[in-house]
Design a protein around this ligand. Structure first.
Ligand code: PLA
Length: 422
């Protein structure tokens, strides 16, 4: 019921008032360390601003890049006049098959033996969330070990699902490379049967991956320790430009008999960030076990989000089921990876040209979307306040955000803040 006060209609005021509101104890939380960078960037009105925070690929003009193969698949889907019915709980089956095959390879024995279960997921994050929920339910109390450092969301996903999480040594800040001995020792001293999360390629945030020889040693060690290996594969194709080469460690582990879990994202390699398309796979020891696992994944997913969105799945499966589109996709992934490699070189060139005498070789040695620059939090703050350049406070740069137009400006700014620091 409304009543009239002067010329306006106003709703009646609730008679009872309470001294404290229901949500008075909810305090304002911090912005996300990665996505919060985009919030700060969007507020900046400077024309020279650069966002090197979130890992999102940009073309040479600094614009989001829609892959040609995606545009063509989009057209095909539109022309096919698809409906908008619910997908099954596990998602679009043609996508699931194509996704897992892309990671494990056509010749994968476990796939042929029908021991692999794949469900569509809400991008890489959703795949990790399903993985963590499955671990919490079926491996209760088992600790997950993540590299130090790692993508920050790993810790939170496990913790929110009630999986204890610890870290293993990974990075050596002295040489901006891998601390393999530390990594090996920590995985060795983790209790038998622990969950070990490994970044399959293009480690985020460091850009430092083990060599194939080192991967073999990790595989052997995990076998001896009966660890459960969970691969986060968010950048297939982005590291080397070759989806096969980037998949080598994952395929090696599977061929060695590890019954791995695999979290895939198609955000970066297909440029489908906002479509939230990913996959979660688990390898069982027999086809029956795989059937049981799938049934439990469905029970887990149904109350989470019921069933996944179909559009991204249709795009990826349309591309991967068509020879020409797949070939085009491969050349576009390579183009993106090559542009990133080229920007690394340009950045180092301009740093030297502007007089920096620091050793920046890690910029070109590291691989994938990110470079762990070694910049301090204070230097990162200066880049934002004085130069309108935004990155995460751990000194990670998303190389994908560097372009021929802004690379020299970035180098100058990096040289200034690093040469003027005590
Ligand atoms: N795993 C790793 C290692 C990642 O770096 C990311 C994304 C994901 C999973 C999840 O990606 P998805 O859910 O979008 O498929 N990391 C980004 C974005 C690119 C982010 O933080 O959300 C990053 O800037 O680190």
């Amino acid at each position: 019921m409304f009543f009239r006060s002067s010329s306006k209609l106003v709703a009646p005021v609730l008679r009872r008032t309470y001294s404290t509101s229901r949500w008075s104890k909810v305090v304002k939380g911090p912005e996300d360390p990665i996505l919060g960078v985009s919030v700060a960037f969007n507020k900046d009105t400077s024309p020279s601003k650069i966002n090197l925070g979130v890992g999102a690929y940009r073309d040479d003009n600094g614009k989001p890049y829609v892959l040609e193969c995606v545009k063509k698949a989009d057209k095909k889907i539109y022309e096919a006049g698809v409906d908008h019915e619910y997908a099954p709980i596990v998602g679009v089956s043609s996508f699931n098959n194509a996704a897992v095959q892309l990671a494990l390879g056509e010749d994968c024995k476990a796939l042929k033996e029908k021991r692999v279960v794949t469900v569509q997921a809400i991008s890489g994050t959703g795949a990790l969330r399903v993985a963590a929920a499955f671990i919490a339910r079926f491996l209760p109390g088992v600790t997950a070990y993540v590299p130090n450092p790692t993508w920050g969301n790993h810790n939170v996903i496990f913790a929110d699902c009630g999986v204890p999480v610890k870290s293993y040594t990974y990075y050596n800040p002295q040489n901006c490379g891998l601390n393999f001995d530390g990594m090996f020792k920590d995985i060795q001293s983790a209790p038998n049967g622990s969950v070990i999360l490994l970044h399959a390629c293009a480690h985020n945030p460091t850009g430092v991956d083990p060599s194939m020889e080192q991967w073999k040693k990790i595989s052997q060690l995990c076998k001896e320790k009966n660890h459960f290996v969970l691969f986060d594969f968010a950048y297939q194709g982005f590291a080397s430009g070759s989806p096969e080469q980037d998949a080598e460690p994952v395929r090696y582990f599977v061929n060695e008999g590890h019954e791995i879990a695999l979290c895939q994202s198609f955000a970066k390699n297909f440029g489908l960030y906002g479509e939230r398309i990913g996959a979660f796979s688990l390898i069982g020891s027999t086809p029956d076990e795989a059937i049981n696992i799938e049934s439990q994944l469905k029970i887990l997913i149904r109350p989470m989000y019921s069933n996944p969105p179909v559009y991204g799945a249709r795009l990826v499966s349309t591309i991967l089921s068509n020879k020409d589109l797949t070939a085009e996709w491969r050349s576009e992934v390579k183009l993106m990876a090559d542009r990133i490699i080229n920007m690394r070189e340009q950045l180092v060139k301009y740093l030297k040209q502007h007089g920096s005498t620091r050793d920046w070789s890690h910029i070109t040695n590291q691989i994938g979307m990110f470079c762990y620059t070694g910049l301090t939090g204070e230097q990162v703050d200066r880049l934002a306040s004085e130069f309108h350049i935004y990155l995460t406070r751990n000194g990670r740069i998303s190389i994908a955000g560097i372009t021929p137009r802004n690379v020299e400006y970035l180098a100058k700014a990096m040289h200034k803040v690093t040469s003027e620091s005590k």
